[in-house]
Design a protein around this ligand. Structure first.
Ligand SMILES: [Fe+2]
Ligand SMILES: [Fe+2]
Length: 219
């Protein structure tokens, strides 16, 4: 199939899975509990630093100039998100002096993405799918913040971070349209997107069952 049809199909398939990634009923179910905003924002810091570093690593190991420029833009945005969230935590009175976002090492999704070398797989997984996950998770995180009165956090996400993450997803879409032109490339893209969603779903399930963490923002 042509690239446009493929990208539309992959986007629809992703969305179907994303709709169950963080079902709306969980948002209602947890409303009585502690928001745990500090914990959620520290998870966000880890996600942002991982996204920064991944974009930077891919930037230096790709020959495609458009992709290099897109990754450079993304690395800058994710680093900006890190600083904004860290600043926001400090305004909330959280001391980050001894906090290191990677103290427990890189996560499984980072390690999977870091192992990809093919540009079509990288873009399908890292931008087109991971950033779509981020947009869904952030929408729910914003709703959670609003429902708990954390309006400044909601505003930070709604006005700045969320717009950038949506743009990263569009960058991925544009590059995928250019690269996913053969059945082989489309199959590799599809598998990379599927694995990314599986890992995100597993991680979300683990966070919920092991640590009771839900609605952590994405990146
Ligand atoms: Fe992003
Ligand atoms: Fe980000």
């Amino acid at each position: 199939m042509d690239a446009a049809t493929f990208v539309a199909q992959l986007g629809a398939a992703n969305q179907e899975i994303l709709d169950r990634l963080a079902p709306a009923e969980t948002l209602v179910a947890e409303s009585g509990g502690d928001l745990g905003l500090e914990t959620l924002l520290k998870i966000a810091l880890k996600n942002e630093i991982e996204a920064t570093e991944l974009a930077a690593r891919w930037l230096v190991t790709t020959d495609d100039v458009d992709l290099k420029v897109a990754l450079a833009r993304q690395a800058g945005d994710e680093a900006k998100h890190y600083r904004l969230i860290a600043g926001h935590l400090q305004e909330m009175g959280v001391d980050l002096t001894d906090f290191h976002p990677l103290a427990q090492g890189y996560g499984p999704l980072f390690n999977y993405l870091d192992g990809l070398t093919d540009p079509v797989e990288r873009v399908a997984a890292g931008q087109f799918t991971r950033e779509a996950i981020a947009v869904v998770k952030n929408e729910q995180f914003i709703a959670l913040c609003e429902s708990q009165g954390a309006h400044a956090t909601a505003t930070l996400y709604r006005d700045i971070i969320q717009k950038d993450e949506a743009y990263h997803q569009l960058l991925g879409r544009d590059i995928l349209l250019r690269l996913a032109t053969t059945p082989e490339a489309q199959e590799r893209a599809r598998q990379a997107a599927t694995r990314t969603l599986e890992l995100a779903e597993e991680l979300q399930y683990l966070a919920l069952t092991k640590m009771g963490i839900h609605h952590a923002p994405g990146c």
